[in-house]
Design a protein around this ligand. Structure first.
Ligand code: SAM
Length: 216
């Protein structure tokens, strides 16, 4: 049963080939190459089913987007969403099945002007803090990938993860430029595109925490 599911997943992944990048070396050599035009590059890490990156790429034709997701069965849903809406959007979105810890194998230093972490898994148990995508070892990866004046944007419903992240930003020498513990009722909500998780949490009345940081 499991083997059949994986095979089906592989077929769907192959069908989504037009929006997938699978060759690390090629992307590392030229991250602009998959796109028709050279534009500033943004990256979403842990894109889930792709609502955010699909909508952002439609709204911002002047930007080229990469969306990374480590679970291929989830990523394929995101890629299919992108293909279904391809006629309404510029060709400025590509997906990668991969783990954030491998990002420096995919991308050369200073590639991105913006990196998004949307509703990353909070890993609430103390012993698992190194798995959080805002743990300092991950922040060092993002610092390498950010262009001069590039920013990292974090959104989460989880106050514990948010507080942890603020401490890690400080420890990693990253400066908070903007932040709110209630994004949707803050001035920073203008232009905000909601993710799947964000839509779900905010419909339950849970405030969304937001921070934008850059390397000091
Ligand atoms: C809680 S979901 C949020 C999905 C989406 N960003 C949203 O806000 O609706 C977190 C996603 O991050 C992915 N993820 C977790 N750790 C990751 C990692 N190290 N590298 C890439 N993706 C990761 C998970 O597989 C999951 O799809």
């Amino acid at each position: 049963m499991r083997a059949r599911k994986r095979k089906h997943g592989e077929e769907r992944l192959a069908a989504a080939g037009a929006v997938l990048c699978q060759n690390k070396e090629a992307v590392f050599a030229d991250a602009q190459a998959p796109f028709g035009e050279k534009r500033p590059l943004h990256l979403e890490i842990g894109c889930g089913k792709g609502k955010f990156s699909c909508e952002m790429s439609a709204l911002h034709p002047d930007v080229n987007f990469y969306a990374m997701e480590k679970v291929s069965d989830v990523m394929v849903i995101a890629a299919e969403r992108a293909l279904q809406t391809a006629e309404d959007r510029p060709d400025n979105l590509r997906f990668i099945v991969g783990d954030a810890k491998e990002l420096t194998e995919w991308f050369a230093p200073h590639t991105f002007s913006c990196i998004y972490l949307n509703f990353s898994d909070p890993w609430p148990k103390k012993g698992y803090y190194k798995r959080r995508l805002t743990y300092r070892a991950f922040l060092e990866i993002y610092k390498t990938l950010l262009a001069d004046d590039g920013v990292l944007r974090l959104k989460t419903d989880n106050v514990g993860l948010f507080d942890f992240s603020l401490e890690e930003f400080e420890a990693a020498g990253m400066q908070v430029l903007r932040m709110s513990r209630d994004l949707h009722n803050s001035p920073y909500n203008e232009g905000n595109v909601m993710t799947e998780y964000e839509t779900n949490f905010s419909s339950q009345g849970i405030p969304i925490c937001f921070a934008e940081v850059k390397v000091k």
